[in-house]
Design a protein around this ligand. Structure first.
Ligand code: ZN
Length: 697
């Protein structure tokens, strides 16, 4: 039932947006002349100069808009676009602040992008600028893309509160917004600094059973073992700790972080967001937050998460029952005896099940993945899939000698065979990518794609950077290879979607928040594709390609646990949504009670009793507010987009070319639902996600 309802949600969205398809897709932008690349090897004075100049330029354009009314929407937009382009140096500075080895440079880069952020924020709260922009009323722009750009501009203003009628209301909106920012920061800081610990004697064999002796040794001081709630510690305990009591204790400590302070902070944030929504005319904050997303409304988000929870129910129960069998054997209980898999049991028994039933030999696997071959594999796959060519550049100045630089070309020198080339430049590069892939001191600790420059037609080519912490030497984990494909997906979206864009706002990965992960989530499947893996995953000693049996085990093991973790995600999504749909100002409203009520309906685990305070450490309530559903929504879309590839082949040239040109290339110039509809030719449903959860093809 829910499945049918949820599927029709996607259908509904796509049908709405499909009307925009024909017109918007048919306005190619003028050919791009040969353009130069960013100088990525800057020093402090150069960066500061560039930054000052960007602010000066942006300020003068903004002043010009305030001083003289633009004659037309297009003139207004051109000036706004000039401001956007000038402020683009902020993205590059933000990258340098995360990766530059020199502290002075990181500081200069930080103050650069903060200054630019502040300028941009103030600009969208500037009443005079707003009035100039809104003055065109219902007049139409010159073309569909300009019209879309204009609507986005007005939308940004309206959503910032600057469109409110009186100065008093605007001031009130500003104070709410400021207080939310401050409280969000407090919530995150409290969480980051609240590490809790458990201690026991180093000879307490019962408590420490199953843990790696090296792990125990590393956590022992003066005969006392201290384990913290930091991720590497809890992950190890959940996976290997034989003592259920230890796992339960660590779970309780971990899930109580932030309390009690963050409970009060959260309550205040929910009240302020409620007030904000009312002030701007929305029924609740979830409505405000979903309005600019593909999903459109809070009700659709609710239906979608319920639908996904529903299609996972049977598979999650099957997965759990397999673990119950292990737990019964472990506890010496009879077959069929009632036993629960608790939240702190899952990882422990799943680890055992993976080792026993999937014969996935991690040591054997580690012989096949190294950075060099993974990079060649990813580049080759991307070149075939997106019809591109990568040319290594040496001697290009960057922020560190470990950074690898490639220029990107259409494979055919034109546009890769699509027939509607706007590539121009006589087959010259269409963009540049930087790979900063290995760990070093003072470098960003996660994996992400950063913008160096957005592509803007006739102005600048797209340049992007991947930042990861993969080992330079020695084995790579398969999960890191998957991450490589994922992040490379964002990079390709940035480059391909940065072609021929007149408006910087639409360049590259500029699609809706709940779509933007889909192309990368889809590309993760190439990290499990036999042809792809056998083309690069070779044995470090023999050079033989990865055996088919090992690959099959890898694929089977990847499927186990998908249903339970998806169900868990839907629980989180419901908490995020419902806390922002219900009125937090009514007497008796209690975020913890809401979370407990939803746990009963959605969580794959039985309630753990009153010793945790999950909402005090659910950090995404700040950044995502009501829209934690987005990850699974984009996964559903990723699986739907994968279907044509599964039918025609992962490297079928016409499917991949259509995908590149219809889904990636428009960037944000079209609503994501339109991109999806034009590629699939039919409304997607949840069927593909359902099959993925069950490991089906
Ligand atoms: Zn991503």
């Amino acid at each position: 039932m829910w499945m049918a309802v949820a599927a029709s949600v996607i259908t509904f969205l796509v049908t709405l947006a499909a009307t925009e398809l024909v017109e918007a897709g048919s306005s190619p932008v003028a050919a791009t002349p040969a353009l130069t690349f960013e100088d990525a090897g800057v020093d402090v004075p150069t960066l500061s100069r560039r930054c000052d100049k960007a602010l000066e330029t942006a300020r003068s354009f903004a002043d010009a808009i305030r001083a003289t009314a633009p004659a037309s929407i297009d003139e207004l937009l051109t000036r706004v676009n000039d401001i956007d382009v000038a402020l683009g140096v902020g993205a590059f500075a933000s990258l340098l602040s995360e990766v530059h080895p020199d502290e002075k440079m990181r500081d200069a880069a930080t103050s650069c992008y903060l200054g630019i952020d502040q300028f941009a924020t103030r600009l969208y709260l500037d009443r005079a600028f707003y009035e100039r922009s809104a003055a065109f009323g219902t007049a139409a722009a010159a073309d569909r893309l300009a019209q879309r750009r204009y609507e986005k501009l007005l939308e940004d203003f309206e959503r910032s509160g600057i469109g409110l009628a009186t100065a008093e209301l605007r001031g009130h909106a500003q104070s709410i917004s400021d207080e939310i920012d401050e409280l969000s920061t407090n919530f995150s800081h409290k969480l980051a600094s609240d590490t809790r610990t458990f201690s026991c004697a180093a000879d307490d064999a019962d408590t420490l059973a199953g843990l790696d002796p090296a792990f125990v040794a590393a956590h022992t001081t003066d005969g006392v073992v201290t384990i913290t709630t930091d991720y590497p510690d809890t992950t190890h305990v959940y996976k290997y700790g034989r003592s259920a009591e230890l796992r339960r204790t660590m779970y309780g400590l971990s899930r109580s972080r932030g309390a009690p302070e963050n409970l009060a902070t959260l309550q205040r944030v929910l009240e302020l967001r409620w007030e904000w929504a009312q002030l701007l005319g929305w029924p609740h904050y979830a409505a405000y937050a979903t309005a600019t997303k593909m999903i459109g409304t809070a009700e659709h988000a609710d239906t979608f998460t319920r639908g996904v929870a529903n299609i996972t129910a049977a598979a999650a129960e099957e997965e759990t029952e397999r673990l119950r069998r292990l737990k019964r054997a472990d506890l010496g209980l009879a077959e069929g005896a009632p036993v629960d898999i608790e939240a702190y049991d899952w990882s422990y028994y799943a680890t055992q099940l993976r080792a026993r039933e999937y014969a996935l030999n991690a040591t054997e696997l580690s012989h096949y993945f190294r950075y060099e071959n993974a990079r060649e594999g990813v580049l080759r796959a991307a070149a075939r899939l997106f019809h591109l060519r990568f040319e290594r550049r040496t001697g290009v100045p960057t922020w560190h000698e470990a950074v690898e630089v490639y220029d990107v070309f259409w494979a055919s020198g034109g546009d890769g065979g699509g027939g509607d080339s706007d590539a121009g430049g006589g087959g010259g590069p269409i963009g540049r990518i930087y790979l900063d892939m290995h760990p070093r001191a003072d470098k960003y600790k996660h994996a992400a794609q950063f913008t160096v420059r957005d592509g803007v037609a006739g102005v600048q080519l797209p340049e992007g950077c991947l930042v990861t912490n993969f080992p330079l030497e020695g084995p790579m984990e398969h999960s890191q290879v998957t991450t490589f494909f994922h992040e490379f997906g964002h990079l390709m979206h940035h480059v391909v979607g940065g072609q021929g864009q007149r408006w910087k706002l639409f360049s590259g990965v500029a699609t809706e928040w709940d779509f933007v992960e889909a192309p990368s989530q889809m590309l993760e499947e190439w990290a499990l594709d036999e042809e792809t893996l056998r083309s690069f995953a070779t044995h470090d000693a023999t050079g033989a390609p990865i055996p088919r049996e090992l690959l099959a085990a890898l694929r089977r093991a990847a499927v186990f646990g998908r249903a339970v973790s998806t169900r868990q995600q839907m629980y989180y999504a419901q908490v995020s949504l419902q806390l922002h749909m219900r009125d937090p100002t009514v007497p008796g409203f209690d975020a913890e009670a809401v979370a407990a009520e939803l746990a009963a309906a959605f969580s794959p685990y039985p309630p753990v009793g009153g010793f945790t305070h999950f909402v005090a450490n659910f950090g995404h309530l700040m950044g995502y507010s009501a829209i934690y559903y987005t990850y699974m929504w984009s996964e559903a879309i990723a699986q739907a987009m994968l279907q044509p590839f599964k039918r025609a082949g992962f490297y079928d040239p016409s499917t991949s070319l259509r995908y590149r040109d219809l889904v990636l290339r428009p960037g944000g110039a079209l609503p994501a639902a339109s991109l999806l509809y034009s590629f699939l030719g039919e409304p997607p449903s949840l069927d593909a996600l359902h099959r993925w959860l069950r490991g089906g093809e």
